[in-house]
Design a protein around this ligand. Structure first.
Ligand SMILES: Nc1ncnc2c1ncn2[C@@H]1O[C@H](COP(=O)(O)OP(=O)(O)OP(=O)(O)O)[C@@H](O)[C@H]1O
Ligand SMILES: [Mg+2]
Length: 262
């Protein structure tokens, strides 16, 4: 395992201007989850999960059905409340902040299922994503359209006429209009052809690199996710099995067979 694509992995290569000015060598992660435990009645879906997600990085969260991936994202974004543990954004405890406050602080969640308002056009769906922000400049919509030209071509079409891949681009675009610093993506590849998955993951990578965004990418499709991610976190039955550099995880045959299904 040499180094197929340079220094995208953790370590150095912080983008110029990323410094916050002062002092500490070990910068805290943009998003930090500490000992998160979430239960649905008697079912403990998350059991003491800790992870860090850095700006300018894709952190893949992998695991089989029922591992707790969706629960992790829903707990981070405040849709369900943990019984213990903390979620820190920029070092600030947001664990029990109202969902709107989390959105304002820069958290955007794209849930599984690609929910759009079917009767509204692509453009109207995007505008819905920006509603709570007050006035959003045309250039911000154009930025989303530049990133996803397939969506731009279909901006006047009702959302129900989009393909699965286009719909996924639309929901990601809609989330971007909230100007997030952390983007939570739940199974964006589900049911899409490999070529479309590669295209969407490539666009996410481009976005992360150009905007210094932090993406938490939840996937059952571990092979594809690890090919684009910097770091991987493997969940099993609500617990973290291992956290490591994405390439190291992808090269670990025993781990792949035991938990990642490839
Ligand atoms: N609303 C709920 N009420 C009760 N139990 C739930 C609820 N949502 C999830 N669970 C349970 O919590 C556990 C974790 O589910 P979760 O949806 O987080 O897993 P997942 O890793 O996202 O799975 P998948 O890959 O199938 O999407 C499972 O045992 C599931 O049955
Ligand atoms: Mg899920």
């Amino acid at each position: 395992m040499a180094e197929p694509h340079g220094s995208t992995a953790s370590g150095q290569g912080a983008p110029a201007g990323a410094g916050t000015g002062g002092g500490t060598a070990t910068a805290s992660a943009l998003l930090e989850v500490q000992g998160l435990t979430t239960s649905y009645g008697p079912v403990r879906a998350l059991d003491g999960v800790s992870l860090r997600a850095e700006a300018g990085r894709i952190t893949a969260v992998l695991g089989a059905n029922g591992a707790g991936k969706t629960t992790l994202l829903r707990t981070i974004s405040g849709l369900v409340r943990p019984t213990s543990g903390q979620v820190l954004l920029d070092g600030q405890d947001i664990t029990r902040a109202p969902v709107e406050a989390m959105v304002h602080k820069g958290m955007a969640h794209v849930p599984e299922g690609r929910g759009v308002i079917a009767e509204l056009t692509v453009d109207e769906n995007l505008r819905v994503g920006s509603l709570f922000r007050g006035k959003v400049g045309r250039e911000e919509f154009d930025r989303v359209y530049d990133l996803f030209p397939r969506i731009a071509e279909r901006r006047e079409n009702p959302a129900h006429t989009l393909s699965g891949g286009e719909r996924q681009m639309l929901v990601i675009g809609r989330a971007l209009l909230a100007r997030p610093r952390v983007l939570l993506l739940d199974e964006p590849s589900l049911g899409l052809a490999p070529r479309i998955v590669a295209q969407i993951f490539g666009l996410v990578r481009q976005l992360v690199d150009s905007e210094n965004l932090s993406v938490l990418l939840v996937e059952q499709n571990a092979r594809s996710a690890l090919s684009v991610a910097d770091t991987g976190v493997v969940l099993n039955l609500g617990r973290v099995v291992v956290t490591d550099d994405a390439r190291t995880l992808a090269a670990d045959e025993d781990l792949r067979h035991a938990y990642l299904g490839f």
